[in-house]
Structures are given as structure tokens and as C-alpha cells.
Write a protein that binds this ligand. Structure first.
Ligand SMILES: [Zn+2]
Length: 129
């Protein structure tokens, strides 16, 4: 019973986050104008669903890492019954995303989407008038 409540709660959180992502897209990009380490991920999946793998890699080179990590976690959970793999996966994903973010910021920022600067950001609107 407790597991069902957790699943329902997690599903509701996922639905709300997805809806928020489609409305305001990226909070960091919206507020300060700078893309975050996961910027481009939604566009990467949309490109992938349209069959354009090259564009998916261009939008976010690590689009494959999250489904891959999820698959590994599910397999691990069924084989061992625990979630200890997350102690390895999460730091690896964090390092991967920060490393790729540094490369993308140095090569694509501020003019190449999805790593372009948002001149319509909230801070600019407040400070710039
Ligand atoms: Zn972002």
C-alpha cells in the first residue's frame, strides 16, 4: 500500500515537472538567461522522436544517458532487490553533465542554440527596463 502511494506521488511530481518544463522551459534560462546543464534535453528527445538522431546529439550530447541509467537501475533492482547502483550512477551522471556543460558553454555559448543567451530573461527585464 505504501509503495502505491509512493508511485502515485512520484507520478504526480513527474507530470507537474513535465508540464512546468513545457510552460517555463528552463528556470535558470528564464530567470538569469544562462542555459543549465540539461538545457536542450527536451529538444533532443523531440528530435529523436522525429527520427533525427544527429539533431538530438546536437541539442544535447547526453540524451541517451538518462534512459540508459534508468534501464541499468531497473535491471539492477530486479537482480539484487536494492537501489545501491544509484550511489554509482548519480555521481557519474553528475560529472558527465558538468563536463559536457563546460564544453558546450565554452564552444556554443552565447550564440548557438540551445546554449544561447536569453536576452528576454527576468533579470534583464527588471534591470534593463
Ligand atoms: Zn536548462
Amino acid at each position: 500500500m505504501k509503495c502505491i502511494h509512493k508511485t502515485i506521488s512520484l507520478t504526480i511530481v513527474c507530470v507537474i515537472c513535465t508540464a512546468a518544463a513545457f510552460i517555463i522551459k528552463c528556470p535558470l534560462y528564464y530567470v538569469i538567461g544562462i542555459p543549465c546543464p540539461s538545457c536542450g534535453m527536451t529538444r533532443a528527445y523531440l528530435s529523436l522522436f522525429c527520427g533525427n538522431i544527429a539533431r538530438a546529439f546536437n541539442m544535447h550530447p547526453l540524451w541517451w544517458s538518462l534512459p540508459f541509467a534508468l534501464l541499468i537501475t531497473i535491471i539492477w533492482k530486479f537482480k539484487t532487490g536494492n537501489m545501491r547502483i544509484l550511489k554509482i550512477e548519480l555521481p557519474v551522471l553528475f560529472i558527465l553533465f558538468i563536463g559536457v556543460y563546460a564544453i558546450r558553454m565554452s564552444t556554443m555559448f552565447p550564440n548557438t542554440p540551445p546554449m544561447n543567451f536569453n536576452t528576454d530573461c527576468l533579470i534583464f527585464s527588471i534591470l534593463g527596463g
